[in-house]
Design a protein around this ligand. Structure first.
Ligand SMILES: [Zn+2]
Ligand SMILES: [Zn+2]
Length: 424
């Protein structure tokens, strides 16, 4: 029998524990644990041995078995293939449970890293008996430790999307946790002209705090992100956050439209939070308002979707010019309605972005004279059009442009995003 021959080959190497003996044939029969498989094979071989057959195995494999016909004293050894790791899995599971206590979670996954010595022995096992029915030590351990934790915590092991992944490093003898971020979707309005969307750290100290930033670590004292994350970090006991939004407005631009975003809370200890309360707290701010907050399960996928949405936007710009506006020229602005705009990367972002020319569209353009020097413009534009440059011309890098048409220089631009045309 091939199975018996294979078992003998393994047992010749040294003592093989029930788990390892069983997992060598782990893909034969269902409803049996590897331990049970190992016990059965060992008993069959012990019977053959007791009946007088001579087996070419390390006799330590029969330690603890009572023979009727043979008189043998056999010593106890540790498992050649796993170093008796299975005797320690209860203890390992206990340590993991202790670490997990800090976190609220529903699902988990165990991952083990084996020492190079043990990995070498895995290779040997496959060389001896092939990999046809074999189950690796790693997956056996992951499952067995997982089973203990499931039983003791009432939480579920989940391969696909675990709240916490536990990494057991058997070489370094460490246990570490990878905690899945908590993703909260929402839509925000930015009502201030001097805060960035994401938190900007001080470039001199990168957030540590220095003289330049007066110890705050920040370039701007607050941000949309900081205002939104504050009650969320408190409620989840999370470490920090990342904000992912569909585009962003410049620091001095207000966003009166509701801009979709996902805020990612890193290493949350609490996952079930009262978002109505969070929303109330955020909305006490005069600078930022939010609505429609909800926890999303597949955050990464939603972030990808939000980031690739290329919605048209409508802006309102109040533009004050240096000189009195020439009323005859005003009519000529109509050419911008439906115009294709050729736009080289704006001078102000050249340091961060590559210099190239893009083609964007002004879908709708209207204007209203507010006073002799001031115009109100309503501009609906395709995604990615730089509106300030459409107005200033950016030294001819954007064409056509308002400044050139009016032959006048804008002195001040107050810009608001007033609508994000999602799905239109
Ligand atoms: Zn073993
Ligand atoms: Zn600093």
């Amino acid at each position: 029998m091939k199975i018996i021959e294979s078992a003998i080959k393994l047992m010749k190497k040294g003592y093989v524990c029930d788990y390892c003996l069983g997992r060598a044939f782990g893909n034969i029969l269902t409803g049996k644990s590897n331990k049970e498989r190992g016990q059965v094979i060992r008993q069959v071989l012990a019977m053959a041995f007791d009946s007088g057959e001579n087996l070419d195995v390390d006799l330590s494999n029969f330690h603890g078995i009572n023979f009727r016909n043979r008189k043998v004293e056999v010593e106890k050894k540790s498992c050649y293939f796993c170093n008796d790791i299975f005797e320690k899995i209860e203890e390992i599971a206990e340590k993991i449970i202790e670490k997990l206590k800090e976190y609220e979670f529903n699902t988990f996954l165990i991952g083990t890293k084996l020492s190079s010595e043990i990995l070498q022995k895995e290779e040997e096992m496959i060389e001896e008996i092939g990999a046809e029915f074999y189950e690796s030590l790693k997956s056996t351990l992951n499952r067995e430790i997982g089973k203990i934790i499931e039983k003791k915590t009432n939480k579920r092991a989940d391969r696909d999307n675990p709240d916490i992944t536990v990494l057991v490093d058997l070489e370094k003898n460490t246990i570490s946790l990878q905690v899945k971020s908590l993703f909260v979707y929402g839509e925000y309005q930015k009502l201030s002209r001097n805060i960035p969307q994401a938190t900007w750290y001080c470039p001199s100290c990168r957030g540590k705090g220095c003289e330049k930033c007066k110890g705050t670590g920040l370039l701007y004292s607050t941000s949309v992100q900081m205002i939104i994350e504050k009650p969320l970090l408190r409620a989840t006991k999370g470490k920090k956050s990342k904000i992912h939004a569909e585009g962003r407005e410049d620091i001095d631009v207000r966003c009166l439209a509701w801009r979709p975003f996902v805020i990612e809370i890193i290493k949350p200890k609490i996952r079930s939070i009262n978002l109505k309360e969070v929303e109330k707290k955020i909305n006490k701010s005069r600078k930022v308002k939010v609505r429609n907050l909800k926890i999303v399960k597949d955050g990464r996928q939603l972030i990808r979707k939000i980031k690739t949405e290329r919605s048209e936007k409508t802006y309102r710009a109040i533009v004050t010019f240096e000189r009195v506006i020439d009323k005859k020229k005003l009519e000529e602005l109509k050419q911008l309605n439906g115009a294709i705009i050729f736009q080289k990367t704006p001078t102000r972002v050249l340091a961060r972005r590559s210099d190239k020319e893009r083609k964007r569209k002004v879908i709708r353009f209207s204007y209203k004279l507010i006073n002799k020097k001031t115009l109100e413009l309503i501009i609906r534009a395709s995604a990615g059009l730089y509106v300030k440059e459409l107005i200033t011309g950016d030294n001819g890098r954007t064409k056509p442009n308002v400044s050139e048409i009016l032959n006048n220089t804008p002195k001040k631009i107050l810009l608001d995003v007033i609508k994000i045309h999602r799905g239109e």
